[in-house]
Design a binder for this molecule. Structure first.
Ligand SMILES: Cc1cn([C@H]2C[C@H](O)[C@@H](COP(=O)(O)OP(=O)(O)O[C@H]3O[C@H](C)C(=O)[C@H](O)[C@H]3O)O2)c(=O)[nH]c1=O
Length: 175
């Protein structure tokens, strides 16, 4: 796997290096040693799958408050999604900046999200599934969010959401 920096410090695109033969592809989706060699101490304790039926389903923008903060590796297992990370680390030079990346099952690219960043995505087709590898146990009481169309963040989504949960539609601006 290859690790590519993004404009947000610590947010990385992780590119697969599939072994391709006449049967198909085999690719390493996570490797403690390869992450460590890239300077990333990432040991997941939870793997989750987000199955989304409709095109332009939006989930986000979420993060977990300390001490339940998470590092996440997110990839698309089916279809494609516009995936967005927002830097919410006050000491970061890119504080309150966002970065978007298209994740697809065809590319098998992934995005590594450090602690202190909000995450969300918009599906780009029907039947879009994403997999999360997370390095902290789920803590519902630590869930935090900001609205997907926060004017102070101004994410350039490819489309408005057609499907969004009431909770996600009701998050406040980040202020
Ligand atoms: C997030 C999470 C949820 N769950 C259970 C709890 C609920 O019974 C169910 C759905 O949870 P929720 O509605 O919070 O899921 P999303 O709205 O998709 O939230 C996620 O989507 C955004 C885009 C994220 O980046 C986060 O991983 C996460 O906030 O899965 C778990 O068991 N473990 C988990 O880590």
């Amino acid at each position: 796997m290859k690790f590519q920096a993004t404009p947000l410090p610590g947010v990385l695109e992780v590119l697969a290096e599939p072994a391709v033969d006449m049967r198909g592809r085999f690719l390493r989706s996570w490797c403690e040693a390869e992450f460590a060699a890239a300077g990333i101490d990432f040991r997941p304790v939870q793997a989750s799958i987000s199955e989304n039926r409709a095109r332009h389903t939006l989930r986000g923008m979420h993060w977990q408050a300390a001490p339940a903060a998470e590092r996440k590796l997110v990839r698309c297992l089916r279809g494609a999604a516009f995936d967005v990370v927002i830097d919410l680390r006050p000491a970061s030079p890119t504080y309150r900046r966002w970065y978007g990346i298209t994740l697809s099952a065809a590319e098998h690219n992934a995005v590594f999200i450090p602690q202190g960043c909000a995450h969300g995505f918009l599906t780009l087709g029907e039947a879009c599934w994403l997999e999360y590898l997370i390095d902290a146990p789920h803590a519902p009481e630590a869930a935090r969010g900001l609205r997907w169309d926060d004017p102070g963040i101004s994410i350039a989504w490819p489309a408005a959401p057609a499907v969004i949960s009431a909770r996600d539609a009701a998050w406040p601006d980040h202020g």
